[in-house]
Design a binder for this molecule. Structure first.
Ligand SMILES: CC(C)(COP(=O)(O)OP(=O)(O)OC[C@H]1O[C@@H](n2cnc3c(N)ncnc32)[C@H](O)[C@@H]1OP(=O)(O)O)[C@@H](O)C(=O)NCCC(=O)NCCS
Length: 189
């Protein structure tokens, strides 16, 4: 297996790897058709084995505190994507990708890495094993059909709705079939 920089020719393999790895997680329907391009500088790496993308990591980083990240008043890097193809998980590929990023951050004077993930216990365990600590959280809420209580515009019937909830009265959403705690992880560098 080699770890190298992402190039445009990797895009199809990158998208496939990401969608397959997310299928078994709380992000199962977060599908991209194109890889995004970042406004700030980034570290974008792929792991290649058997002539395919089997792992990926994207970190967008800041020169000015809080222009990308949210956690500290000093420059950091945001992990927007980390994924390992399901047939290759738990073989140390995620860890190698992360360590390759950490190596690069040394010459960039970044002081921490930030990542947000939902309530997949095994994914959270991975972050904790990689020396990340939980800092804050809020809710991702999905409303379907009659879970949506009001339609304020005449003849407009909301069928599905996705919302962020930052408050503390989360019991009012106990009736939702789909509700995720979105957790912030930070690793000091
Ligand atoms: C999280 C992820 C990137 C880890 O990459 P990986 O190469 O599989 O993990 P590593 O081999 O580096 O580390 C393995 C450790 O991670 C944890 N882990 C990974 N997969 C696990 C699983 N299915 N069940 C339990 N623990 C698991 C364990 O702590 C494991 O250590 P152990 O095998 O000694 O118990 C990868 O599993 C993945 O792509 N997950 C789905 C995508 C995702 O959720 N990305 C983050 C969204 S923000």
């Amino acid at each position: 297996m080699i770890i190298r920089r992402y190039t445009k020719d990797d895009e199809k393999g990158w998208l496939r790897c990401r969608v397959l790895s997310f299928l078994n997680t709380a992000y199962y329907d977060n599908v991209l058709k194109e890889k995004e391009v970042y406004d700030h500088p980034s570290i974008e790496l792929v792991a290649i084995r058997d002539n395919q993308v089997v792992g990926l990591i994207d970190v967008e980083y800041e020169k000015e505190a809080k222009s990308v990240c949210t956690s500290r008043d000093r420059p950091g890097g945001m992990i927007w994507h980390i994924a390992v193809h399901p047939d290759y998980q738990r073989q140390g590929i995620g860890e190698k990708l992360l360590e390759a990023v950490v190596e690069e951050t040394k010459r960039l004077n970044l002081t921490y890495l930030e990542a947000w993930t939902r309530d997949d216990v095994w994914v959270q365990k991975w972050y904790e094993k990689m020396s990340f600590e939980q800092t804050t959280s809020y809710y991702h809420l999905y409303f379907e059909g009659n879970e949506i209580s009001s339609d304020k515009v005449e003849k407009l019937y909301t069928v599905t709705m996705f919302a962020h909830y930052m408050g503390s009265d989360v019991q009012q959403f106990d009736h939702l079939k789909r509700k995720h705690l979105c957790v912030c992880y930070v690793r000091e560098l």
